[in-house]
Design a protein around this ligand. Structure first.
Ligand code: CO8
Length: 373
């Protein structure tokens, strides 16, 4: 029987950084101007004043210190409050495909794979730039890969769910080598005028190669011992952005069409779900949390990760056991656990076991238990 392995991974981020201080400075200037302009209505009680944000709150509540952004211009401009990304013509490489290609090339190098070795491309992320043709097919064309490609959307669990599809394809023999890419270009969906959400997301692209053990030529590879996924419907993280707005006459870019969440409820509901999910997954492989050398957890909030690993281990996980990358990258939707994996796995020894686990909108939770070869 074919054994599916992870044989390569990579992270690519755009060069521009926005610190908490810069972001909060811009938001507060926007809010203060709004409050001055609407002073009379605010005094009459017909308009609610905009509350101020704080860099200290952001770091303490989330662990985020900065985020990368594809195009910084416009995002901090209080007359715009969104990035100004130049439009590309249909015959140019799309922004998101460029994001994807940057990470894909690095992951292929990491796994010692060339375009001719790859049979399938999955682009899986929280949003795709357009409905069709699939971004994956554009990426496939750009890289010179034959076979087939398709896009998947599962919000924060897009990466783990796509790795699970890749695992199934390799195990069943429908593909020998699968390239999974997560081009998380999140900044166009951030509401930079919303205090509760303006600080959460960053832009990044990650890629992973999943292939048969028989073709693996990588110095650092992992047997995928098992996969597990669960979804449970919740409105607590939601974006209503979509093509139907064209017919409903609703503002296609109104506040409900951007990312929004009931963050505290998400925190309370998702942490126990994720902990239980990991425990059950490990148990199915006769493993306990104590058997794990590394936890590559979703990177939404440092306090969530501390809570989840503590609930399972009965003590705080060390920074080495459960690495945090969100201080530098912020929440990068589905890419977070893959950034953690990509940057923190080469020190593992043969037979060390780890778990990659995502949790987020849907709700959706996806995990892979992997063992160093
Ligand atoms: N500055 C200052 N004060 C603030 C701010 C701010 N920016 N925001 C809130 N406060 C205040 C609140 O008003 C509140 O004040 P009071 O106590 O007087 O009412 C106080 O601070 C505490 O507020 P919260 O209870 O909301 O604060 P929390 O400690 O819960 O922290 C977090 C808020 C950081 C949002 C936290 O709840 C959290 O991280 N929750 C988990 C969220 C999560 O994991 N979400 C997953 C989303 S990602 C995902 O699923 C993918 C979606 C697809 C990608 C989208 C791409 C754009």
């Amino acid at each position: 029987m074919t054994q599916a392995v992870i044989s390569g991974s990579a992270v690519w981020n755009p060069p521009h950084v926005i610190t908490n201080e810069e972001l909060v400075g811009s938001y507060n200037a926007y809010a203060e101007r709004f409050n001055v302009e609407n002073q009379q209505e605010i005094e009459r009680g017909s308009i609610t004043p905009m509350p101020l944000s704080s860099a200290e709150f952001v770091q303490k509540a989330s662990g985020i210190k900065q985020r990368y952004i594809y195009v910084k211009e416009g995002a901090l401009d209080i007359n715009r409050m969104r990035p100004k990304i130049p439009e590309r013509a249909s015959n140019e490489l799309s922004h998101q495909a460029e994001f994807a290609v940057n990470a894909a090339r690095l992951a292929m190098q990491d796994a010692n794979k060339e375009a001719k070795d790859i049979d399938a491309v999955i682009v899986s992320c929280a949003y795709t730039e357009r409905a069709y043709p699939a971004i994956a097919i554009e990426v496939q064309d750009q890289l010179g890969i034959e076979g087939f490609g398709f896009d998947m959307l599962v919000a924060c669990s897009a990466a783990t769910f796509a790795l699970q599809r890749a695992y199934e394809m390799v195990q069943s023999g429908t593909a020998n080598v699968v390239l999974v890419i997560n081009p998380e270009l999140t900044s166009p969906q951030v509401n930079y005028t919303d205090r509760d959400g303006h600080f959460i997301f960053g832009d990044v692209s990650t890629a992973v190669i999943v292939e048969s053990d028989k073709s693996c030529k990588s110095d650092h590879s992992y047997d995928i011992l098992g996969i597990k996924a669960v979804t449970k419907y919740s409105n607590n993280i939601r974006s209503n952005f979509g093509y139907v707005s064209h017919a409903t006459d609703a503002d296609p870019f109104g506040p409900d069409k951007l990312f929004r969440q009931a963050g505290r409820s998400v925190f309370k509901e998702v942490c126990p779900m994720a902990a239980e999910h990991i425990a059950e997954h490990l148990n199915a492989h006769d493993l306990t949390p104590q058997d794990l050398t590394r936890w590559w957890l979703h990177q939404a909030n440092i306090n969530m990760n501390v809570l989840i690993s503590k609930r399972l281990l009965g003590r705080d996980a060390t920074a080495e056991e459960a690495p945090i990358v969100l201080d530098e990258y912020a929440n990068t939707a589905s890419a977070g656990s893959i950034i953690a994996f990509s940057k923190h796995h080469k020190d593992l020894k043969k037979n060390d076991v780890g778990v990659i686990c995502s949790f987020g909108a849907g709700y959706s939770i996806g995990s892979l238990v992997i063992r160093k070869r």
